[in-house]
Design a protein around this ligand. Structure first.
Ligand code: AHM
Ligand code: MG
Length: 339
């Protein structure tokens, strides 16, 4: 007997039936995101074939070099999302200010924040990259353009978060607060098909993912944790395995499947950490929590942080619950360790 095939659209429609007040706008918005993801996937896959590689002279608002494919992904996300009548404002990691909906298009009740191509410094090496998105309901009055305040809501208010990973296959993973679902793009049909229903992250993992070259610049608690996970102690399954792709979507996605923890701590060189709260930490935190994991800035649950600026950075510890809790204990000094 053949297996039931569930497309992304069908899954969303069936999920929306649980909400009697649903208008179909959310379904439309997700379809637009899926369309943008297909375009970006197509172009990412042929990145080595066309003259799209290499750095432009542009530097994004974070002061980092922007690759051409970043701009392509950014433009495609905006073009795919601006006209549907479901959004009132957008914000992108690649744009300094919020992105208004053009006047010629209707306004809607949702707000979207996105990182169009995370990990893009990896593109030249054919390493997986991803698109991350985060959706809120607007808090500004309806009928008018959305505002910066709409984009500065704490992560626990997200109504949906997801990422698309452009890897050996393209996958879209999302949550609306009712579990985590993963869809694999079937290139022959051009459809995202449900491949990973109800994803769960193991309570304890055996992988730690961190850029260890920053060791000397970390606070003592993080140093102690990293020394601890490398110690030989078979009784507690140590040493843990080290895996760092340098592309957060890919590192977190792998840890979601296998169990483990991703760390991007603050350091004396970057006291706020590197990753962005709105575009990276919040959406990944919503997904990982919905899969049974945990996300923290070291002191506090990521989703409880109220942002005060659009491109706010945050330290991030995300993954299997017991591993993240242990990192918090090392940071607070409740646990300590030295060789
Ligand atoms: P980006 O949004 O500019 O691509 O930066 C975010 C990326 C993450 O995907 C990745 O985990 C991290 O930066 C890697 O940083 P580093 O090179 O400092 O390890
Ligand atoms: Mg990014």
């Amino acid at each position: 007997m053949s297996k039931k095939i569930i497309t992304l659209t069908r899954h969303i429609i069936e999920e929306q039936r649980n909400y009697p007040t649903a208008t179909g706008k959310f379904t439309d918005l997700m379809n637009d995101i899926a369309f943008a993801a297909k375009l970006i996937s197509y172009h990412t896959n042929k990145a080595g074939l066309v003259d799209i590689l290499g750095e432009t002279e542009n530097v994004n608002v974070q002061g980092e070099i922007v690759k051409k494919l970043d701009q392509f992904a950014n433009e495609n996300m905006i073009k795919a999302l601006d006209h549907g009548g479901h959004l009132c404002v957008m914000a992108s990691e690649e744009e300094e200010r919020v992105i208004p909906i053009p006047e010629k298009y209707p306004l809607g009740k949702y707000v979207i924040l996105f990182d169009p191509l995370d990990g893009s410094s990896n593109i030249d090496a054919n390493v997986s990259v991803g698109t991350i998105f985060s959706i809120y309901s607007r808090i500004s009055p309806e009928g008018r353009p959305g505002t910066l305040q709409d984009c500065l809501q704490p992560g626990f208010k997200q109504v949906c978060a997801g990422y698309v990973i452009y890897g050996s296959s393209t996958m879209l993973v999302y949550t609306t607060g009712n579990g985590v679902y993963g869809f694999t793009l079937d290139p022959s049909y051009g459809e995202f098909l449900l491949s990973h229903p109800r994803m769960r992250i193991p309570k304890k993992g055996n992988i730690y993912s961190v850029n260890e070259s920053h060791f000397d610049f970390w606070e003592q608690g993080i140093k102690n944790y990293i020394v601890y996970v490398k110690q030989n102690d078979p009784a507690t399954s140590r040493p843990m395995n080290s895996r760092y792709i340098g592309s957060m979507v890919s590192d977190v996605h792998r840890n979601l499947l296998y169990g483990g923890v991703y760390l991007y701590p603050a350091s004396t060189r970057s006291p706020e950490g590197k990753l962005r709260l709105g575009y990276e930490a919040n959406p990944m935190a919503f997904i990982v929590e919905q899969a049974g994991g945990k996300a923290s800035n070291g002191q506090q649950r990521i989703l409880d942080v109220t942002p005060h600026e659009l491109h706010q950075r945050t330290p991030l510890f995300i993954g299997s619950e017991e591993d993240v809790t242990m990192i918090e204990e090392f940071i607070s000094g409740q646990r300590t360790f030295s060789r």
